[in-house]
Design a binder for this molecule. Structure first.
Ligand code: HEC
Length: 153
């Protein structure tokens, strides 16, 4: 008699309603993140030399063309979770250029995963939101455009 013959199906875990819902949630989260990553990959025309410029301060003059490209990137990659006035999946961003330094925002956008581990401000913020901010592979050039857009608001 093999081990399979002795197996009693009553003791096997059931594919219960709870597991169905949990599995559906996993698929939804996965589809959501994939869609975000794919739309983020569509190219926006930005002069790559912007990455070589010094990082502007919040109140510095704005490069309007770069800010417009940044709005496009923001609308594709960030609005799913961020509004300016009210919290959604992530915090409302109004006033963020005053409450955080340019370097801090850069780290948050480029490597949210390590910020969640190393930065106590992000860990505290995260307590209020269901999922952590994902790494959207924004890169320096697109970050510079987003930063210009944030400063222009
Ligand atoms: C899947 C949802 C999601 C997406 C997409 C997302 N964020 Fe976030 N973001 C969050 C959450 C949640 C937090 C709060 C910190 C945490 O829990 O990781 C956050 C925090 C932030 C903060 C800090 C806010 C503060 O009050 O200090 C900034 C800045 C930010 N995100 C910018 C962006 C930008 C720019 C993009 C697009 C490139 C983006 N986020 C895309 C969810 C998201």
């Amino acid at each position: 008699m093999s081990a399979w013959d002795r197996l009693d199906i009553r003791f096997l875990p059931r594919y219960s309603g709870f597991m169905k819902i949990r599995s559906a949630m996993c698929w939804l989260t996965c589809a959501f993140t994939t869609t975000l990553a794919l739309t983020a990959c569509e190219s926006v025309d930005i002069d790559p030399s912007v990455a070589e410029r010094p990082l502007p301060r919040a109140g510095d003059p704005v490069d309007a063309e770069l800010a417009a490209a940044g709005e496009t990137v923001f609308l594709r990659s960030c609005v799913a979770c961020h509004d300016w006035e009210k919290p959604l999946v992530g915090p409302a961003l109004a006033g963020v250029t005053e409450r955080r330094s340019p370097e801090w925002i850069r780290s948050m956008v480029l490597s949210p995963d390590s910020m969640l581990v190393t930065d106590s401000v992000v860990r505290t913020l995260h307590g209020d939101y269901p999922v952590p901010m994902p790494d959207l592979q924004i890169g320096e050039v697109r970050f510079r455009a987003i930063w210009e857009y944030m400063r222009s608001r």
